[in-house]
Ligand binder design. Structure first.
Ligand SMILES: Nc1ncnc2c1ncn2[C@@H]1O[C@H](COP(=O)(O)OP(=O)(O)O)[C@@H](O)[C@H]1O
Ligand SMILES: [Mg+2]
Length: 263
């Protein structure tokens, strides 16, 4: 099976990118696939959310982007078998500035990941909340963009710009790229607003919107402070069940559900 690289992207902060990357990664690893989660955000929420203290990280995504280290050396195992993490630390904030002068600056992540593709079935890239050079590296490295949309006011604000950016990358730097899934997050069944966002997103994106909608779930928000994916924190929480279903749906969408590997 060819490795699939998924870039979790939305230039808005707080829409559920990291939560989606961490928890989909966890459930897909549990299904028996080898998963690497790349923390491409200098804030390092995926890193701390998986229980790693950023202060103690010796080699990070940053070192891989500037070619000071190989992903093989910098990637760390997590508590969950089958899920590795390429951690972020604050150095990554400097990468955007440092890489600007370099030739092929949009291809750094893709080049860094190339040697480890045979080791993983799936690679999730957790992007920062911007459309800067780091996110561009994520999109250039990816086969599929996964776009979380928060069921809130102004949910679709900025989406047209994001779609234009993805299309531009597709036309110029990475023809393989497509939007693999749009994930509706923090759905609150008590409000009409949430339903309205779901409707608008389906009207805009059509079938690319995942059937599974992720509800607002306190347990999902608590899990990172315990350094765990929700699966290991409270597997029966409604947010956990949703990500479990979403993982299964994604594998079908990506045609990754092969014999013996079903979620
Ligand atoms: N479905 C959800 N229900 C409740 N809280 C959530 C949910 N998804 C994410 N959160 C919380 O919302 C905040 C933003 O989510 P996060 O995944 O970090 O967004 P992003 O990576 O896009 O900035 C975090 O505190 C996270 O724990
Ligand atoms: Mg994040």
């Amino acid at each position: 099976m060819q490795t699939v690289v998924l870039c979790v992207v939305n230039q808005k902060g707080g829409v559920g990118k990291t939560t989606t990357a961490v928890n989909l990664g966890a459930y897909i690893a549990r299904a028996g696939l080898k998963v690497l989660l790349v923390d491409l955000d200098p804030q390092g929420n995926a890193t701390t959310g998986l229980g790693l203290n950023r202060a103690y990280i010796r080699l990070s995504t940053y070192d891989c982007l500037i070619r000071r280290a190989a992903v093989r050396e910098a990637a760390l195992p997590t508590e969950l078998e089958g899920l590795d993490l390429l951690p972020s630390n604050p150095d990554l904030a400097g990468a955007e500035v440092e890489l600007v002068q370099q030739e092929g600056r949009e291809f750094k992540l893709r080049e860094a990941l190339a040697p480890v593709l045979p080791r993983y079935d799936l690679i999730f890239v957790d992007c920062p909340p911007s459309l800067g050079l780091l996110t561009l590296n994520g999109l250039v490295a990816a086969d599929e963009a996964v776009v979380p949309i928060q069921c809130e006011f102004y949910a679709l604000e900025g989406i047209a710009q994001l779609v234009r950016t993805i299309e531009l990358v597709q036309r110029t730097l990475n023809p393989r790229l497509r939007i693999g899934a749009v994930v509706l997050t923090m759905y609150d069944g008590r409000t009409n607003l949430s339903d309205q966002v779901v409707k608008e997103a389906r009207a805009y994106f059509g079938d690319v919107v995942a059937r599974t909608v992720v509800p607002r779930s306190v347990r999902l928000a608590e899990a990172p402070s315990h350094g765990k994916p929700v699966m290991l924190y409270d597997p029966h929480a409604k947010g956990a069940v949703a990500y479990e279903e979403l993982a299964a749906e994604l594998l079908v969408r990506l045609d990754l559900r092969t014999a013996g590997r079903a979620v």
